[in-house]
Write a protein that binds this ligand. Structure first.
Ligand code: ADP
Ligand code: MG
Length: 409
């Protein structure tokens, strides 16, 4: 893929296709296991796929392998199945969607290891794909189990990882398995993600702003600390801002506050001050007595005791916007409010507009954040929407990603 940086020592699927003789037959007739990330959001009531970006993003690698004459085996996890329970978490809807999107015939054996997939793979013909059933139906997947990895290895000749959203986990299909495979490498989505995120860590164009929000301070504290070392400005909104406001002595009424995390927020503010990084917190918020109610904007220090802050207010949007549009690099993680409900979506939409209007390289990471941007219809004006939530954050924290390490030779 590349001889330096995050991709050092990792072969690309193109390298694998060249083959040892360099004649382009490296994948021809081979059983190629592609670890994809089909962990798509599903509607709670209907179980329909609500955002198929992850499936669409995997298509270039799948097509390339098919065109190179491979027998393609796809594998993914979906959701968090409880032991022994599979209901509602079959990959069947993902297989149907892939088939609609590509025209390839997708076969889904009812298990990811054993005789059922072996038979399907053996019988694969041109333009047919084998999609293995949810890897997490086997608890061994999350345990990085060697025996389970060997069972997966029996199905294939070549391993390709294109599941960026899973590389931060040491799970069998992304960690134990590739280490058993001589011919292993990364797909096009993996490369695209690493290149885009690499632009945030490797001499980003200044000024660089990070906009953080979402549910919890505790989920994001490590990335906030890491970002403080590189960004010029930090904007904090969403429920996360509640904890920061509370840490500075603001009374938050009935809002969600992580009371046991106030010291972490104070720590971040002190570190930011020491580094001269301005931290913008909301100056106004949209409050309501309940999540089902209508909201109204109030100054941050006038939140009624029986109400919750569920979005950033219009003045805050304007203040964040003013900073955002001046920047050359933008990283955004975490919605600014309870955007799933219309009365509390304006803050997130306002920030999406600001990022779209900026002449900057912009990256959005985080499952809910990306879903929020997709809803605004502005996605095409963003630089990169990461398919990996946790993975993108761990990348920015500078952590070693087990799935990437396992691909290096
Ligand atoms: P991501 O998946 O992008 O990393 P998170 O999972 O951290 O984001 O947070 C997303 C969730 O946070 C959304 O469901 C959103 O409704 C919720 N949220 C954001 N701000 C608030 C708020 N002020 N009050 C309640 N929920 C909020
Ligand atoms: Mg989330």
């Amino acid at each position: 893929m590349s001889t330096s940086g995050k991709l050092a020592g990792i072969r690309s699927i193109e390298d694998l296709a060249k083959g040892p003789a360099g004649d382009g037959t490296g994948l021809t007739g081979k059983r190629v296991f592609i670890r994809v990330d089909f962990n798509v959001p599903l509607d709670k009531k209907t179980a329909a796929i609500t955002d198929d970006s992850r499936i669409r993003e995997a298509i270039p690698t799948i097509k390339f392998a098919i065109e190179a004459g491979a027998k393609v085996i796809l594998a993914s996890h979906l959701g968090r199945p409880k032991p022994g329970k599979t209901e509602g978490l079959s990959l069947e809807p993902c297989g149907s969607r892939l088939s609609e999107l590509t025209g390839f015939e997708v076969h889904l054996p009812d298990d990811c290891v054993g005789d059922a997939p072996k038979k399907v793979i053996h019988d694969l013909r041109q333009n047919q794909i084998c999609l293995l059933e949810n890897l997490r139906f086997h608890p061994e997947e999350e345990k990085d189990d060697e025996v389970f990895a060997k069972q997966l290895a029996e199905l294939c000749d070549v391993y390709v990882d294109d599941a960026f959203g899973a590389v931060h986990r040491a799970h069998a299909s992304v960690h134990a398995l590739p280490r058993l495979m001589r011919d292993r490498g990364g797909g096009f989505l993996l490369r695209k993600e690493l290149e885009a995120l690499g632009r945030l860590t490797d001499r980003p164009q200044k000024p660089y702003i990070a906009v953080l929000g979402g549910a919890k301070v505790s989920d994001k504290i490590d990335v906030v600390e890491a970002l403080l070392g590189v960004v010029d400005t930090l904007c904090i909104g969403g429920a996360m801002a509640n904890t920061f406001l509370a840490a500075t002595g603001t009374s938050l009424g009935a809002s969600k506050v992580e009371k046991d995390k106030l010291h972490l927020a104070r720590d971040v503010l002190a570190k930011a001050a020491a580094r001269d990084v301005p931290v913008l917190l909301p100056t106004d918020v949209v409050v309501a007595p309940a999540r089902e109610a209508e909201g109204r904007a109030v100054p941050f220090d006038a939140i009624p005791s029986d109400q919750m802050a569920l979005d950033i207010g219009p003045r805050t949007v304007a203040a964040f916007r003013e900073r955002i549009v001046r920047c050359k690099t933008i990283f955004w993680n975490g919605p600014m409010g309870l955007f799933e409900k219309a009365p509390f979506a304006a803050g997130t939409l306002g920030i999406a507009r600001a990022v779209a209007d900026a002449t900057a390289f912009s990256v959005v990471g985080g499952g809910d954040s990306v879903a929020a941007v997709q809803r605004t219809g502005l996605a095409a004006r963003f630089g990169h929407l990461s398919t990996g939530g946790g993975a993108s954050l761990e990348f920015l924290e500078g952590k070693k990603l087990p799935g990437l390490e396992a691909l290096r030779s």
